[in-house]
Design a protein around this ligand. Structure first.
Ligand code: BTN
Length: 240
């Protein structure tokens, strides 16, 4: 069920309440403390976009398999945009890009039951109709900027719910090979030579070759050597 509310601090916090169950969605018009990855905030113009959180109870996944869930969510988003004629790619681990610009941010938070994922809140911010953004955002875009049109946000959300149901169903059925293949095929900068930065500030040229089932990014560098990187161990260097 979709719960639409006018204002809250963060839908991710609301969705943690046990009153919401698998498949429920909390959608807020305005977040006063919307949260992004790496401790950043998430800003979104009121009435223009989609800011919502989906509750999942993926008890069939072990803690070590959480990247598979992220794959299913990212693919469901790309499927959604494809339905509106917008080509997107997945910037590892979990941004959705149109060209070199960010269309969606995802903030996934898990609660564990022993070695299993008991409850996962998937927070999603989709830039839908917003066409002007604060200058401090490095590279935002929206469905409107991508196409020149405006979109019915409820319809976009319904489309996403359908696509998520399909990808989550595939995940539950253990169709990991298909999810891995589709995720890899849609990776931003796959097979292209670009600059990457390491936590110590050093930079190198590399080519993304794919991702491991646990989520490590595979980057080829130097004389064909492929190294793996975990989240926060490597940064994409975006052109200014
Ligand atoms: C990112 O930094 O890219 C992740 C952004 C996630 C934003 C969404 S908006 C709905 C949900 N509630 C939050 O507080 N954050 C997520």
């Amino acid at each position: 069920m979709i719960y639409r509310i006018a204002e809250t601090a963060s839908t991710n916090d609301d969705a943690k309440s046990p009153c919401y169950r698998e498949g429920d969605i909390v959608w807020a018009e305005r977040q006063t403390a919307g949260r992004g990855q790496r401790g950043h905030s998430w800003s979104s113009a009121e009435g223009e976009n989609l800011t919502f959180s989906v509750v999942l109870e993926p008890l069939f996944l072990s803690v070590g398999e959480q990247f598979r869930l992220l794959q299913a969510v990212a693919l469901a988003l790309c499927d959604t945009f494809a339905a509106y004629g917008i080509g997107t790619r997945i910037k590892w681990t979990n941004d959705i890009y149109a060209g070199d610009s960010k269309l969606v941010g995802i903030l996934i938070e898990h609660a564990y039951a022993g070695s299993k994922l008991a409850r996962t809140v998937v927070g999603i911010g989709i830039n839908v109709n917003q066409t002007e953004f604060p200058p401090e955002l490095p590279n935002p875009t929206s469905m409107a900027l991508c196409t020149g049109g405006r979109f019915d946000r409820g319809q976009v959300l319904d489309t996403f719910v359908g696509r998520l149901s399909a990808r989550y169903g595939a995940l539950r059925a253990g169709e990991y090979g298909a999810l891995e293949r589709d995720y890899t095929a849609l990776m931003y900068r796959l097979g292209e030579r670009h600059t990457y930065a390491l936590p110590d500030g050093s930079r190198f040229e590399g080519i993304i070759r794919g991702v491991l089932p646990a989520g490590d990014l595979l980057v080829e560098q130097g004389e064909g050597e492929v190294r793996k990187y975990l989240f926060k161990e490597i940064e994409f260097v975006l052109k200014g």
